[in-house]
Design a binder for this molecule. Structure first.
Ligand SMILES: [Zn+2]
Length: 593
């Protein structure tokens, strides 16, 4: 680790950094816990150790330091993780912190693209305020948007020009970088090479799309043109090194604090819906931007909450996207409620026309997903005939099967049978089977650590000079008599720790699996073991080892006797006597030099 990384690590607080991504609760004097962002779970098995500055998941076994956490969650390499942590702590970056030329080039490009997007966003905002922006201001005012709202969401206007933005940004970056930004288009020329760049967004209201840190990475643009020239109502930035469509949730940067506080996210379809609801004080709202949810978006959301209230547009396209999103969220174990608004209004219109109180009322009246679906099935297949009931049930079965937890499937099947008035034994059995179908996955892996290993690992990780005697007792034993420890699953970690000198214990253990075991031991309790506990543990380990060797020797003696190999019998008997003697002496703890 470079000096720079080392110094960032010393200044960063892993608890604060992790809290920027997931919700943590204090779980002990030095521990925090939360839902693991790296595997699916419903009860928290992810821990962060405030003093030791590492994280560990008892469920999936991941562990490491602040850089490893950021690297994993942001999906970036070590140098980029160091940069991100440094940035979060307000530590200025030195010029060179990259491991390879490509990495440096990639980071440079991303940096340039962020600058271009920032400049473009500022320029679009300027245009909205200027004379050309009048048409856009009028449109936005017509949708109930206030100047404060426009400012908060940095809404802008791209004027009706093919080169205004191009000219504005041309001094900031070279042609290739401008091309990579996605802010421009070009037509392929006769010889197959790309033609000159021109502004992609023209005569459109510009809505910036931000990443989780609130930096602009793309735009959604709504046309103000009518008639044939209009083109699609909304266009988005293409995918760029900054922006992958399915990996961003609109407004998550602004909403995440409120989502954690309120313990649920309100999911709407359109960006205008999202902005409108947010500006009226309901701040835990995010948008899918009109498409069905992707797995990456689900993973992004899971870091903040497991509860979602879905308020999609009631039109057919909306219902379709809603159903796909709900299906995915269900499979991923989210608790889902469905918000339905009166008179088929979308969230934006509803909250503008009926007010915040009415919208809050609709949120409170949101129905559990199962109730909503059963209601829908009854609406789609009304009547009490057996045929209608079968149709309703066939509509519900896939939804029931999708629930990851058996208990929830049971409940759903039971409610469906009752509300649809299904009394036929055959149909009930069908529902019951649907409830049984999905196999529950086991979440928490049982620990592989024995009590002795826990004590030894904790002792060897001691950094406090006050408890040095306990650390030395363990280190001496592992260094001098490795044969007593070599059958332990943590042998490699024990050896590395015994040799670590003044190094940070988490860094001394290089093997990832071994480090995870160390992390697990360190999270178990707060007080390090005393020297006598350590010695007691070593003695009990030696006893166990001797006893098991004694059993082996006895078996070998029996085998040698059967074969009539009396030379071997004599030799093995000698060994057995030595082991017997050593075992008898074991209750006296060995004196330490
Ligand atoms: Zn995990």
């Amino acid at each position: 680790m470079s000096d720079f990384a080392q110094s960032v690590k010393q200044q960063a607080d892993i608890v604060k950094i992790v809290e920027g991504y997931i919700r943590l609760r204090k779980a002990g004097a030095q521990n925090y816990s939360g839902l693991c962002p790296f595997h699916k779970e419903k009860s928290p098995s992810f821990s962060v150790h405030a003093v030791r500055q590492f994280y560990h998941c008892f469920g999936c076994g991941v562990s490491g330091d602040v850089f490893s956490f950021v690297g994993k969650i942001e999906n970036v390499g070590f140098p980029e993780a160091v940069r991100i942590v440094a940035q979060k702590c307000g530590i200025p970056l030195p010029k060179r912190e990259y491991s390879s030329a490509e990495e440096a080039a990639e980071a440079r490009l991303r940096g340039r693209l962020l600058e271009l997007h920032e400049a473009a966003a500022a320029w679009f905002e300027e245009q909205l305020r200027g004379p050309e922006g009048a048409v856009a201001r009028e449109y936005l005012a017509g949708r109930g948007m206030t100047p404060e709202g426009m400012k908060a969401f940095r809404i802008g206007y791209a004027p009706d020009s093919f080169k205004a933005l191009r000219e504005r940004l041309s001094t900031m970056a070279d042609e290739a970088t401008l091309r990579a930004s996605g802010l421009f288009s070009s037509k392929e020329q006769g010889d197959g090479t790309p033609g000159p760049l021109y502004d992609r967004f023209r005569k459109r209201v510009m809505f910036p799309i931000c990443n989780e840190s609130g930096r602009v990475i793309a735009f959604t643009a709504r046309t103000l043109e009518t008639g044939e020239k209009a083109g699609p109502k909304y266009i988005n930035s293409p995918e760029t090194p900054l922006y992958q469509k399915g990996q961003v949730l609109f407004n998550l940067d602004k909403a995440k604090t409120a989502i954690r506080k309120m313990e649920f996210a309100l999911l709407v379809e359109g960006q205008m819906d999202c902005i409108s609801v947010y500006l009226r004080g309901i701040q835990n709202v995010i948008a899918t931007s009109g498409t069905a949810f992707t797995e990456q978006q689900v993973a992004l959301l899971r870091r903040h909450t497991g509860n979602v209230a879905v308020n999609f547009d009631p039109d057919a396209a909306g219902a379709n996207a809603a159903e796909k999103s709900i299906a995915l969220l269900t499979e991923e174990g989210f608790a889902i409620k469905i918000v339905t608004l009166e008179d088929g209004l979308d969230p934006d219109r509803f909250i503008r026309e009926r007010g915040v109180e009415a919208y809050m009322g609709a949120l409170r009246a949101a129905r559990r997903q199962a109730d909503y679906l059963i209601e829908r099935a009854r609406g789609m297949f009304p009547g009490a005939s057996a045929e209608q009931k079968v149709k309703a049930m066939n509509y519900l079965l896939p939804h029931i099967r999708r629930l990851p937890e058996k208990l929830a499937r049971d409940q759903f099947a039971h409610d469906a049978a009752q509300k649809l008035g299904i009394d036929s034994a055959v149909l009930r059995e069908e529902l019951r089977q649907a409830a049984l179908k999905r196999r529950d996955h086991v979440e928490v892996r049982t620990s592989g650590l024995t009590e002795v290993e826990r004590v030894l690992l904790r002792a060897l990780a001691i950094t406090d000079p006050e408890h040095e005697d306990a650390r030395r007792a363990a280190a001496d034993a592992v260094a001098r008599q490795p044969q007593w420890f070599e059958r332990l699953g943590t042998f490699a970690a024990l050896q590395a720790l015994a040799r670590r000198g003044a190094r940070d214990p988490m860094e001394a253990v290089e093997d990832e699996a071994q480090r995870a075991l160390l992390a697990e031991a360190l999270l178990a309790e707060t007080e390090p073991p005393s020297a006598s506990t350590v010695v007691g543990s070593i003695v009990s380990l030696q006893r166990r080892e001797m006893e098991s060797r004694l059993r082996e020797v006895r078996d070998e003696i029996a085998e040698a006797e059967r074969k009539g190999d009396f030379g071997a019998v004599a030799q093995l008997t000698q060994q057995k006597l030595q082991l017997d003697r050593a075992l008898r002496q074991l209750h006296v703890p060995p004196a330490r030099q």
